[in-house]
Design a protein around this ligand. Structure first.
Ligand SMILES: [Zn+2]
Length: 92
């Protein structure tokens, strides 16, 4: 496995392992929250719009960052109890 990485990539991989970053896509129109892991193509290409924030919740929801999947799920359960929690099909 190590052979696949050059030294720079090793450092990056260590950082990601030490702090697993999770994103919660809160989607108010469809009443669901979707959990993504850092680096997912949907997470990488997320864009802030008038109604969808990054790091803040706007009219239609937004993307919130968490240190772990557990925290993202807890946030969804306590703040959006009526919403379905889904895992991204691309990265989960
Ligand atoms: Zn994803």
């Amino acid at each position: 496995m190590d052979g696949l990485f050059n030294s720079k990539d090793k450092l990056t991989a260590k950082r990601v392992t030490a702090r697993t970053v999770c994103w919660l896509n809160v989607d108010k129109p469809t009443k669901q929250t979707i959990i993504h892991h850092a680096g997912c193509k949907w997470e990488v290409h997320k864009t802030e719009t008038t109604y969808k924030g990054i790091g803040e919740i706007l009219r239609d929801g937004g993307w919130l960052q968490f240190d772990s999947e557990r925290e993202a799920v807890e946030h969804s359960t306590s703040n959006y109890p009526a919403y379905a929690i889904k895992h991204c099909l691309n990265c989960s």
